[in-house]
Design a binder for this molecule. Sequence first.
Ligand code: NAP
Length: 261
Amino acid sequence: MITGTGHVLILGGTTEARQLARTLAPVPSLRVTTSLAGRVTQPRMPDGEIRVGGFGGPGPMAAWLSEHRVAGVIDATHPFAALISANAAIAAAAAGIPLVALRRPGWQPVPGDRWHHVDDLGAAAALLPALGRRVFLTTGRLGLAAFAGLEGLHFLVRSVEPPEPPLPRHTRLLLDRGPYTVEGEKELLRAYASDVLVTKDSGGPATAAKLTAARELGLPVVVVRRPPTPPGVRTVPDVAGVVAELERLGCLSPGAAGTCP
Ligand code: NAP
């Protein structure tokens, strides 16, 4: 039987973070807390303890880690949540505790895909007029101001929470949250006569169906590249990788109590 020691903080807001909490919360003697940003009105709640809201920057996060005797931090936030990841790297170093990043692998194109990689939303907006007129925009609720100046284009914007203005003049809003199916995505693309898709390289299966749908309909896709993970942070691709790291750190061990700091 696996036994734990110490207090592990999961920075959450993703499917992987919930899977990790579900794996770790039942481990005897291991205390598991997930931190959520508090942006989603009805978040899917993870197992174990939960805290909600920003820490107030890396300094207060380091203080929180020390005050709550956290032995290790798992950054399981979304690959595009770059600020919290940078803050976690600074805070964990300041508190003198290990940090592991759980990053699902990015999507890879397959034959038939018509992907155009760009570095950010501004570059995606600059490319769009050359690719289509009716855009299915799935990059989330933040940063849509980058597209607001594209007067002649029509946008179908899908996000979990309503986006903040400014938005493009011709915008239809679809509030929804995955997972999605290929058939459903094809229906949506056809119903709105979309001729181009914009996505972040989020990776993972929950929102990948749109890529298959675009390929099968022959549509181009603008893929926004991920921001880099903070330098020096150990990165694993899945929950099993985190478990292996926690075993290496002594926070999980078979049989007797471990040696987690
Ligand atoms: P961000 O830009 O990297 O972070 C902005 C601020 O939000 C951080 O400085 C921090 O505030 C607070 N914050 C973010 N994640 C937090 C967490 N798990 N626990 C406590 N505070 C957190 O983040 P974001 O891109 O807005 O994403 C917010 C949350 O949504 C993340 O948890 C992420 O996993 C999830 N999410 C993001 C995306 C995306 O595309 N960005 C997609 C799906 C889910 P303080 O500085 O005050 O500590």
